[in-house]
Design a protein around this ligand. Structure first.
Ligand code: TRP
Length: 462
């Protein structure tokens, strides 16, 4: 295993996995999904999902990876035999699809960083229509997404320890600092309390089947679960590390960033008299408006730094997404890392082009001839969400029926003496044998039949 590379230290793994988890999911997607799905009700369900479903799945994934010491495909195959390898491939495919559209959104954020810092973005009057035009300005977006992919590829081609660990050590503390600064700012604005109420005081009638589904998918996405990302990272973890504790730290780090992002956004939304349910453009519109009101110099500095930090956060996530297929080709096909990384990133970039062109430039991609006429980017993102929860469900079934829960517990005992006797081990055992597979299974079936077979029991026709 040593020639595959390992994380050089315990903190290295935690930083890398937390870096994977913290990304556009926390700062861009979480606030807008909370905004469209009832605010505090969404937050409540989200937190429940993290504790009951996501944390056990995360522990399971890391345990599989460290035990098998291989990529997602190789790990399932090694512990479960040939056919289980397909579950790994399914995850790798999900990762490729996620990265294809994720990189496009990262390109938007990168563009905003440049336009705020060096251009005159903050002089605009209507940030809503600016966003619409900007994501359709194909030249710049193409370049920025391309640049983003190249930077990701450079880091991943350096191998696991050097590139990935180093990138995280600067980004995480900076992100917390700027979030907290912006929260303090937004809480001092008039009418901020209405935003706090929207975000923190749940009303039960806001919680619908749609809320539950989106909150669950968001929790999986945010923690990078369900597609073998943490199996792959887990395979670089040494035997002296305490997996359960690391998983707890990663979950807390990720959840706190999402929580803080919401706390920053909603007071701003309400003090600006804006609409919380405006979808993917939410943070791009609201934050630029806030930066504008800070004045030309301060706005430029604070806004520029903020979007730069988002780019860093996105970068540590794109790194982890690219690492999954890369590890597969390096481990299984014995191809050289550099060639694999450049080949994969080229392919993924091309796969992302329809998402890039789906915001209006190409009308067909903007309204696909499917149920509810989604744009291509939303279509791929929905599809990936479903792949993550089905992937998580199948992983639990794998542990339960094939690898066996006792073997998982034995692996978790390594680096954590006394674990097997603890109440936590009983809780996680129960969650992985019963709660997760059943709930994730039921939701998967409901969602698939709803979205793709038109049964409309979750979302209705609208
Ligand atoms: N979790 C990241 C975010 O919140 C995105 C991400 C990185 C991801 N790796 C993943 C999502 C693996 C699902 C699976 O931005």
């Amino acid at each position: 295993m040593s020639n595959r590379g390992n994380f050089s230290s315990r903190i290295g793994f935690i930083l890398a996995a937390a870096g994977s988890a913290v990304g556009l999911g926390n700062i861009w997607r979480f606030p807008y999904l909370a905004g469209t799905n009832g605010g505090a009700g969404f937050l409540l369900i989200y937190l429940i999902c993290i504790f009951t479903l996501c944390f056990p799945v995360m522990v399971g994934e890391i345990a599989i990876g460290r035990k098998a010491g291989s990529d997602a495909y190789g790990s399932y195959k090694k512990l479960g035999g040939g056919t289980w390898g397909y579950l790994g491939l399914y995850g790798i495919l999900a990762g490729v699809l996620i990265l294809s559209y994720y990189n496009v959104v990262a390109g938007w954020a990168f563009g905003y960083f440049l336009e705020i810092t060096f251009g005159n973005l903050l002089n605009h009057a209507d940030f809503g229509s600016f966003f619409g035009e900007y994501v359709n300005s194909i030249g710049p977006i193409f370049m920025f997404s391309f640049g983003f992919m190249v930077i990701t590829a450079i880091i991943v081609s350096q191998g696991i320890a050097k590139g990935i660990e180093a990138a995280n050590k600067i980004m995480m503390p900076g992100l917390y600092l700027i979030l907290i600064g912006l929260i303090i700012y937004s809480l001092t604005l008039p009418n901020a309390s209405a935003g706090v109420e929207f975000y923190l005081v749940p009303k039960l009638d806001q919680i619908t089947s749609k809320t539950i589904f989106y909150a669950l998918c968001q929790a999986f996405f945010s923690l990078s679960l369900g597609m073998g990302c943490l199996i792959t990272y887990g395979s670089y973890v040494t035997k002296d590390q305490n997996i359960v504790k690391s998983a707890a730290i990663i979950s807390i780090a990720d959840t706190s960033v999402a929580f803080l992002a919401g706390l920053m956004v909603f007071p701003l939304v309400f003090s600006l008299g804006a609409e919380p349910g405006q979808g993917p453009k939410l943070i791009f519109v609201i934050l630029t408006q806030a930066f504008q009101s800070m004045g030309p110099v301060v706005g430029r500095i604070v806004g520029g730094s903020f979007f730069l930090l988002i780019c860093f956060a996105a970068l540590t996530s794109t790194i982890s997404l690219l690492e999954v297929p890369a590890a597969y080709f390096v481990d299984q096909k014995k191809l050289p890392r550099k060639a694999v990384v450049w080949g994969m990133s080229g392919l993924i970039f091309v796969l992302g082009l329809p998402s890039m062109f789906s915001q209006g430039v190409v009308p067909f991609l903007n309204k696909l001839p499917l149920h509810n006429a989604p744009d291509f980017l939303s279509f791929v993102s929905d599809l990936c969400d479903i792949m993550l929860i089905t992937g998580g469900c199948l992983m639990c079934l794998f542990i339960r029926y094939k690898w066996k829960i006792n073997n998982m517990n034995e692996e978790l005992e390594i680096g954590n003496t006394g674990y097997v006797q603890s109440w936590l081990s009983k809780y996680l055992t129960f969650a992985i044998t019963w709660v997760c597979p059943i709930l994730l299974g039921i939701l998967s079936v409901l969602v698939i039949t709803d979205k793709y077979f038109g049964l409309e029991w979750l979302f209705g026709a609208a």
